[in-house]
Ligand binder design. Structure first.
Ligand SMILES: [Fe+2]
Ligand SMILES: [Fe+2]
Length: 163
């Protein structure tokens, strides 16, 4: 059913970006930016959209594409210091083209990837959705690195929304 999402997942570049993230995160004690995280964010974003009853014209494919792609630029941040949201939006463009998303859909998805770090008022509805799903996806309550994580307090508050 989600053929274009399948196309992203099977794209050789997508696998390559996930591998690059994994290479840089081999010894990382904090949250990783791996396949499981991408899938968690896509699923939670879709659940939130369904739960709120406000899909705002966002299809399941668009929400999943944004979730699965939102951190593909993380390795660029490790490598050069470039903001991973901006890098991810740029890297996502050709993947979305190859998967068959239209120019307008690509705009919506890449904007959300670019905005996923803050998701404030100025962000698009998909950008805010991915940002919230990103926070909710982290299993901070049982995290052994929690004491040293600068995000732990914010995440613990966000995590409460899950229950
Ligand atoms: Fe991110
Ligand atoms: Fe993320």
């Amino acid at each position: 059913m989600l053929h274009r999402v399948d196309a992203i997942i099977s794209d050789i570049r997508y696998g390559e970006y996930l591998r690059r993230n994994a290479d840089y995160e081999k010894n990382r004690r904090f949250c990783r930016h791996d396949w499981q995280h991408m899938l968690d964010v896509a699923r939670i974003a879709y659940m939130l959209a369904l739960e709120s009853g406000r899909r705002q014209g966002l299809s399941k494919e668009i929400i999943y594409a944004a979730g699965l792609l939102h951190d593909i630029g993380r390795w660029r941040e490790y490598r050069s210091g470039e903001d991973h949201a901006a890098a991810g939006a740029r890297l996502a463009g050709p993947l979305l083209d190859r998967a068959g998303f239209s120019g307008a859909e690509k705009e919506i998805i890449t904007a959300a990837i670019r905005e996923h770090r803050n998701g404030g008022r100025q962000a698009s509805s998909l950008g805010r959705l991915i940002c919230t799903a990103d926070d909710l996806s982290r299993p901070c309550h049982r995290c052994p690195a929690r004491g040293e994580c600068y995000k732990a307090d914010r995440m613990a508050t966000a995590g409460l929304l899950l229950y």
